[in-house]
Design a binder for this molecule. Structure first.
Ligand SMILES: *[C@@H]1O[C@H](CO)[C@@H](O)[C@H](O)[C@H]1NC(C)=O
Ligand SMILES: *[C@@H]1O[C@H](CO)[C@@H](O)[C@H](O)[C@H]1NC(C)=O
Ligand SMILES: *[C@@H]1O[C@H](CO)[C@@H](O)[C@H](O)[C@H]1NC(C)=O
Ligand SMILES: *[C@@H]1O[C@H](CO)[C@@H](O)[C@H](O)[C@H]1NC(C)=O
Ligand SMILES: *[C@@H]1O[C@H](CO)[C@@H](O)[C@H](O)[C@H]1NC(C)=O
Ligand SMILES: *[C@@H]1O[C@H](CO)[C@@H](O)[C@H](O)[C@H]1NC(C)=O
Length: 158
């Protein structure tokens, strides 16, 4: 019985650690080393987005040198038409944006014709593993579950 108990507790802890590992949040540097600037072609940031998975809890970092900024626009219409007047752009690099909810989010540069030239990015944020509870919460749950099991087993044995 004692051995079986050890195994149960071990299993629970292993599962918790695994869950903690997959719920790690990610920081995406927009454009990677290329950064946030007027791209070589209009589909540059579209291509950058293509192989990535954004989840609630992750964040974006827009980093640049020179004259650029970041404005979040709330509609696809404004994004497609590069409407630069709905909101206040942030012009202090690096700009970090926490992805706190799912949905589609649009970011453009409002300087000159930068947006028209492709300095814009739209991302789809999904509720993923990152939205699972943090490791501390998981661990305290495990402690409680494990303690209850120990309690239950000693009760059954004696
Ligand atoms: C745009 O530029 C990027 C980086 O240079 C490249 O990977 C991508 O294939 C280009 N896309 C087109 C449509 O030329
Ligand atoms: C921003 O990018 C520059 C290179 O363009 C780099 O030297 C710098 O470390 C980056 N800053 C951050 C906060 O990532
Ligand atoms: C701009 O972004 C920086 C870094 O994310 C942030 O500290 C600052 O408050 C932002 N400024 C505005 C006006 O939103
Ligand atoms: C984004 O998240 C980080 C880490 O949790 C936090 O320090 C920062 O204040 C957040 N920024 C905003 C703009 O909410
Ligand atoms: C997914 O995210 C939405 C909005 O951010 C939230 O209302 C919903 O409860 C989430 N669903 C799950 C299953 O986490
Ligand atoms: C957000 O997540 C919830 C639950 O997973 C889903 O029902 C909803 O459609 C999502 N919303 C968007 C905009 O993806």
């Amino acid at each position: 019985m004692a051995i079986r108990m050890d195994r149960i507790v071990f299993l629970i802890i292993a599962v918790a650690l695994l869950e903690g590992a997959t719920s790690e949040t990610k920081l995406f540097k927009v454009g990677d080393d290329y950064g946030w600037r007027v791209p070589d072609n209009k589909s540059y940031y579209e291509s950058w987005v293509r192989d990535k998975k954004f989840e609630v809890g992750d964040s974006l970092e827009f980093n640049w040198t020179g004259t650029h900024d970041v404005l979040e626009v709330t509609t696809k219409t404004d994004y497609d038409a590069c409407v630069k007047t709905n909101g206040t752009p942030n012009n202090t690099s690096p700009v970090t944006i926490n992805l706190t909810k799912n949905g589609t989010f649009y970011y453009i540069c409002t300087i000159g014709q930068h947006c028209e030239s492709g300095q814009k990015v739209n991302i789809v944020v999904e509720n993923g593993s990152s939205s699972s509870p943090p490791i501390s919460a998981v661990l305290s749950t495990i402690t409680i579950v494990a303690a209850s099991l120990v309690h239950l087993c000693s009760f059954l044995l004696y």
